[in-house]
Design a protein around this ligand. Structure first.
Ligand SMILES: O=C(O)CCC(=O)C(=O)O
Ligand SMILES: [Fe+2]
Length: 342
């Protein structure tokens, strides 16, 4: 079944007027904020009608294609390998799984951050394409953070002030090679020989930070979503099996991005805004025979930012659902789970 995910126009926050420049919110800003609030209380997924420019996004995918087409030996030998601490550089095929109950994922990735990137071994033009996309992600993230604060009735800079350095935000270029439909496609929830569940292109998980902008490459299929009760998916697919909804980008959002709420934003709001579980399956042999590209812009609060349930979201006499954490502490824990220690 197809998920009913709204297409939202962020334009009222992308121009310098109303609350963005310190005045009262305009009627269109209020309308956008209300639409974001509805989507995030409900399932935590929405489409932004626009994200940068189509030519810039196309250039980023072309650069990713050039990078991932390089010989395996070159990627393994010449590129700086990703680690939880730096979270920049190359992540080889089958080196991580976003759900530990599933086997390693048949995907490779290249991560870029605000600073201290290593582009060794990258094809010509890759760094420039990543830098252009970064600018869009940075601007859109700060404005989306303001819209979110308005939507939740918090001070306008409540989230954007934790995006000053953007030192943990990550652009992740992802490539999924053609795969075995039977190994990675069907999600039967029985255990494999090693007691783990069969692999998927991406195992069920919730993202870690504030929110994610996800750009899907031409013909990228298989993304499914499912609301969960808390900020994090409960380990094995068992508890989460069934009820998955397909997510496909409607024509009006083709130049835009998928947005989903991450676990830290859910924690901040005591789960008033939901972090929604998602995964990537291989629905049929035709999709299995094709490679798949996507680019995820993970927007995480700054390393030093403290994330603590806002009292506004805790009922009188109730305890907050989560203990305080920091941007660095939480992300490092989640990256170690996905990539292994290091
Ligand atoms: O590639 C995709 O469509 C989704 C990837 C994803 O959910 C992730 O890396 O967190
Ligand atoms: Fe994700």
């Amino acid at each position: 079944m197809e998920a009913a995910v709204p297409v939202i126009d962020l334009a009222p926050f992308l121009i310098d007027e109303g609350c963005v420049v310190g005045d009262a919110p305009t009627p269109s800003q209020l309308a956008t904020a209300a639409a974001i609030d509805r989507a995030c209380r409900d399932h935590g997924f929405l489409f932004l009608q626009q994200f940068g420019s189509e030519s810039q996004n196309a250039a980023a995918f072309a650069a990713a294609q050039r990078l991932f087409s390089l010989p395996e030996a070159h990627k393994a030998g010449e590129m700086k390998r990703v680690s939880p601490r730096t979270n920049t550089g190359y992540s080889p095929l089958r080196s991580e799984s976003l759900n530990k109950s599933r086997a390693a994922e048949n995907k490779e990735a290249f991560n870029v951050r605000a600073r201290a990137n290593r582009f060794d071994g990258c094809p010509a033009g890759f760094e420039e394409a990543a830098a252009a996309l970064w600018e869009t992600a940075e601007f859109t993230a700060r404005r989306y953070a303001m819209a979110s604060a308005l939507a939740l009735g918090l001070p306008l800079d409540f989230f954007s002030r934790t995006l000053e350095r953007m030192d943990l935000c990550t652009l992740r270029f992802l490539h999924y090679p053609p795969c075995d439909e039977h190994a990675e496609g069907v999600p039967p929830d029985e255990e494999g020989e090693d007691g783990r569940l069969p692999p998927l292109r991406v195992g069920e998980h919730t993202d870690f930070g504030l929110f994610t902008f996800l750009l899907l490459g031409e013909g990228a299929e298989g993304l499914q979503i499912k609301p969960v009760r808390g900020a994090e998916i409960g380990g094995a697919a068992g508890g989460e099996a069934g009820g998955w909804l397909e997510l496909s980008v409607p024509p009006s959002a083709r130049g835009g991005a998928v947005v989903n709420t991450g676990a830290l934003l859910a924690r901040w709001t005591n789960d008033v805004w939901r972090a929604t579980a998602h995964r990537v399956i291989v629905p049929n042999a035709e999709v299995a025979s094709r490679e798949r590209y996507s680019i995820a812009c993970f927007i995480d609060p700054d390393a030093e930012a403290r994330i603590e349930v806002h009292p506004k979201f805790v009922a009188e006499g109730a305890a907050p659902r989560y203990t305080p954490t920091t941007g660095r502490e939480y992300l490092l824990m989640k990256l170690r789970e996905a990539q292994g220690p290091g």
